[in-house]
Design a protein around this ligand. Sequence first.
Ligand code: KIV
Length: 259
Amino acid sequence: MAVTTGQLIQWKQQKRPIVALTAWDYAIAQLLDTAGVDLILVGDSLAMVALGYETTLPISLDEVVHHAKAVRRGVKRALLLVDLPFLSYQESPQQAIHSAGRVLKETGAQAVKLEGGYPAMVETVNRVTLAGIPVMGHVGLTPQSVHQLGYRQQGKTEEAGEKILQEAIALEQAGAFALLLEHIPDTLASRITEKLTIPTIGIGAGLHCDGQVLVTADLLGLSEKQPPFAKSYINLRQVISQAVQDYSVEVRERRFPEA
Ligand code: KIV
């Protein structure tokens, strides 16, 4: 059965951890979906891992939609969620509804994610949700604000932690169906997870979130550089490089194709 936003909330109640990963094309999406991943995010990190941009800022809504359409073709069971890229939603709630609506109409995704909290994004989340579009919030380290925050852990002081907790509560009240917590202390993520009735999905936020997400390029060891909290389960850069070298040798020595 296809995963729904309601199912994610039920899994939180049942304390059944949610498995989430990012995807940027059809092949990766199909592999993740058939492996049983619950939530597949077309993250704007694809700007860096698939398109070679330095940050997530340059990617356009058109580029995200293009990749999300390919991912959609590979996903049958998981909930498909798409990131709204930088400046496709910050100008006004109307702009956010338009961009999020475009994502749902053109890609067949079930939900969108947007970064930021109180006060700027609370009204926006509310308005997009009221338009019938499920929204996941994203607080803590928000990479679209890299020029203000860097890639440093957020919420380290009492005051900063309290601000993130209040943002989380406000986003839940605004109608978000889930919340991504990025690079914040484990204790803060745990407090937020206990306080909210919607699921928290953590990345660099410790063990006590309701689910975990990784950028799939990091998990596969494909990224040129990755954050300290990511874990690679295989080094595909090495595997691919070896395969390409083996092929090159065989072509040059006329050993491939076999006679
Ligand atoms: O864009 C992305 O890949 C993200 C990660 C934090 C999962 O939002």
